[in-house]
Design a binder for this molecule. Structure first.
Ligand code: SF4
Length: 694
């Protein structure tokens, strides 16, 4: 305010960082943003915000922004700035030529969980109706794709069951594989408020996250499990609940497939699944496991919140289903204070999944093989759709190496930094004929691109984001796009250059199409969101005012399904060369690979990613607090500064992945979730040795 002067007008919009979805008053003077003030009427944040949403928006005007399109024939050549017309004609010509020579399935795209629902919708439509394949995937592939799989199989749809406010009626809160204090700070505040009122807390995490001991909060149980053993821990808890007669049989008989429950109960009751039998695997004392299970089953309303520490494992989908089993077995579904709640990392990862960004699903989580669903899209879009599922991101990269996949359009994602095994990603991109990067900055992936299309920030566009509680909220243009186009307009212009007759006048028309073709969005429009502030899907004839809580009278699929989830150890094993297990996470002031937060003046206090190491492991290697160390895995190596701390157990090390200089994903492996290919970021066998620095 001191530099720019007092604001003259304000626009209400939504934060573009995490899945909490805080709304803000963007206060403007002329065309300059003066400050972001948390909006008191925001349903998700109720007037609160964290440091990122409030202060980390300076990247919008950062000198690194690229605002003119660029092309080059090969990645060895320098970039050449061109007009939008030339860039779009060049790109469309290349795409059409590749399609003509190699077929529709040689083309694909990655949509962004940072972009609006309307923008994601158009990218998947471009792939399906323009490219002619289902080779569409999204960054949820590397974070919450197991949520999609696991919750669809058990409950019938891929979404958190509760609104955030529901936690205020929880009596026992189970937080597994999530660190809300850093990852979802505004929700964490509400959760802490409830814990200070007396709700009990169980934390399942290899690392002692802040929540375990914070002011006036003491977790009843912290189960510091060995990384990679989530399913074993949840199975042991289920064993206690079933064998001690603590399951909610009335709920199960009324709401779930009872025969499947009986099979599951017989499975978890086996002696090999007792806490005592699994203690060696999980490294959690059996008495703690028993006590935590009893507390969750008997302590009143039990609510489960989870994050990427659940999904980014070779058994990510199994863990999601094991969580759903636990909630159903204890009757903790369908009312306030209970539920299964994935804490979504990115602002619109829920929306990107809702909008059909998966290669096997049309919008609304409906399989591409369903003739009736495909027919509704074909009638609206006047085009025949490919009935076969397309390629996931890792499969696109593999197919590029064998020559069958030739061109990719990547909107708002830096896969070279964010995806596992950086060397493999680079090789796949380098093998393609055409890599189109549509982004704010020349990111690491752009090193392999032939076309760079400048993107717009959340301040420069109008559309909607959907937060982790399925709340659809307006994002409103605060300033004109620096590049002249909103992202949905770029995709539309590319489609037109390819010969498609698209003609959306504004993003509201795209939302009208979404509502027309997606039953869970049937009652949503920009006009209604402007009037009512926000709506939680499903919004349709059955739920005209939206659905803060799902599965109230019945599950979306009818009856809830118990699915047996047998613990299978990860293939990533420690040994003499790589004796430690690395796991990863985030810090409050940074966001994912840091492309935005590192380019704001307000978050400079965190300059590097640090490696947390237990004192005994550090001493054994002659490493002291603050020393540099070499972190090596079977895949690669990097150099990090060490923090010696007993937050992590002996044998476990931990780091964040916010800085390109560190490139933590150089060391992560290609192991992935058996069902969804979500990378196993949370378990990598490593060695740590002293180093003189990078
Ligand atoms: Fe809210 Fe998340 Fe944005 Fe922080 S980063 S202001 S918690 S939406």
């Amino acid at each position: 305010v001191k530099e720019i002067g007092l604001p003259e007008r304000a626009v209400i919009t939504t934060c573009a960082y995490c899945g909490v979805g805080c709304t803000f008053r963007a206060e403007m003077r002329g065309e300059q943003l003066v400050r972001m003030v948390p909006w008191k009427d925001g349903k998700a944040n109720q007037g609160h915000s964290c440091v990122k949403g409030r202060f980390a928006w300076g990247y919008a005007n950062h000198q690194d922004r690229v605002t003119r399109p660029m092309i080059r024939e090969s990645i060895e050549q320098p970039w050449r700035e061109v007009s939008w017309d030339e860039a779009l004609a060049y790109t469309a010509g290349k795409l059409n030529a590749i399609k003509a020579q190699y077929g529709a399935r040689a083309l694909g795209a990655i949509s962004s969980s940072r972009c609006t629902n309307e923008e994601v919708w158009l990218v998947q439509k471009l792939v399906r109706a323009g490219f002619g394949s289902n080779n569409i995937d999204t960054c949820a592939r590397v974070c919450h794709s197991p949520t999609g799989y696991g919750l669809s199989k058990t409950f019938g749809t891929s979404a958190g069951t509760q609104d955030f406010d529901s936690v205020m009626d929880a009596d026992v809160v189970l937080v597994i594989g999530a660190n809300p204090t850093d990852g979802h700070p505004v929700f964490a505040s509400r959760l802490k408020r409830r814990l200070r009122q007396g709700a009990k807390l169980i934390v399942i995490d290899p690392r002692r996250i802040d929540l375990v001991h914070s002011p006036h909060i003491e977790a009843a149980h912290h189960l510091a499990l060995q990384p990679g053993t989530n399913v074993a821990v949840l199975t042991a808890m289920a064993h206690v609940i079933v064998s001690e007669g603590l399951a909610d049989e009335a709920f199960i008989r009324e709401r779930c497939e009872f025969d499947e429950f009986a099979d599951w109960a017989a499975f978890v009751s086996q002696e090999r699944h007792s806490p005592e039998a699994l203690e060696l695997v999980t490294r959690v004392p059996a008495a703690d496991l028993r006590a935590a299970a009893r507390l969750f089953a008997t302590g009143g309303n039990g609510a489960i919140y989870y994050g990427l520490g659940v999904t980014e494992h070779s058994q990510g989908s199994s863990t999601v289903m094991a969580i759903a089993n636990l909630a159903m077995a204890t009757g903790n579904i369908g009312r306030r204070g209970v539920g299964v709640n994935p804490l979504r990392g990115q602002n619109n990862v829920q929306g990107a999944c809702d909008m059909g960004s998966f290669p096997h699903e049309l919008p609304g989580y409906r399989h591409i093989a369903r003739d009736d669903v495909r027919a509704s899209f074909e009638a609206d879009w006047h085009v025949a759709l490919d009935p076969d599922p397309g390629l996931r991101i890792p499969n696109m990269l593999d197919a590029a190496l064998d020559g069958s996949f030739r061109a990719i359009y990547i909107q708002g994602e830096d896969i070279l930094q964010s995806d596992p095994n950086t060397h493999h990603v680079a090789a796949g991109l380098a093998a393609m004929d055409l890599v189109i990067v549509h982004d704010l900055f020349l990111n690491e992936t752009a090193n392999y691109a032939h076309v760079f299309l400048p993107g717009s920030t959340f301040l420069e566009k109008t559309g909607t984001f959907t937060n982790a509680e399925r709340r659809v909220q307006m994002v409103r243009m605060v300033m004109e796009p620096a590049n002249g186009y909103e992202d949905w307009q770029v995709t539309q212009e590319l489609a037109k250059a390819m010969g498609l007759g698209w003609d959306y006048a504004d993003s509201g028309e795209i939302m009208d199409e979404i509502a027309r073709l997606t039953p869970t969005f049937a009652g949503i429009s920009h006009a209604r969101l402007d009037r009512e502030g926000s709506l939680q899907w499903p919004v349709n004839e059955a739920a005209p005012y939206g659905s803060p809580i799902m599965h109230v009278d019945g599950f979306v699929r009818g009856k809830g399904r118990f699915i047996i989830t047998d613990y299978v150890p990860t293939d990533e094993r420690t040994g003499p060369r790589y004796p430690l297990l690395l796991t990863t996470g985030r810090i409050l002031s940074q966001y994912n690979v840091g492309a935005q937060t590192r380019r704001t003046a307000n978050t400079v206090w965190h300059e590097e990613d640090l490696l947390e190491m237990h004192p005994s492991d550090a001493e054994h290697r002659g490493i002291k607090h603050g020393d540099w160390a070499r972190l090596a895995s079977r895949t690669g190596e990097t150099t990090l500064r060490v923090t010696v701390t007993d937050r992590v157990a002996p044998g476990v090390v931990y780091t964040t992945f916010h800085h390109p200089t560190t490139q933590a994903n150089v060391v992560t492996t290609e192991h992935s979730d058996w069902a969804t290919s979500c990378p196993e970021y949370k378990v990598t066998a490593v060695q740590v040795s002293p180093s003189n620095g990078p």
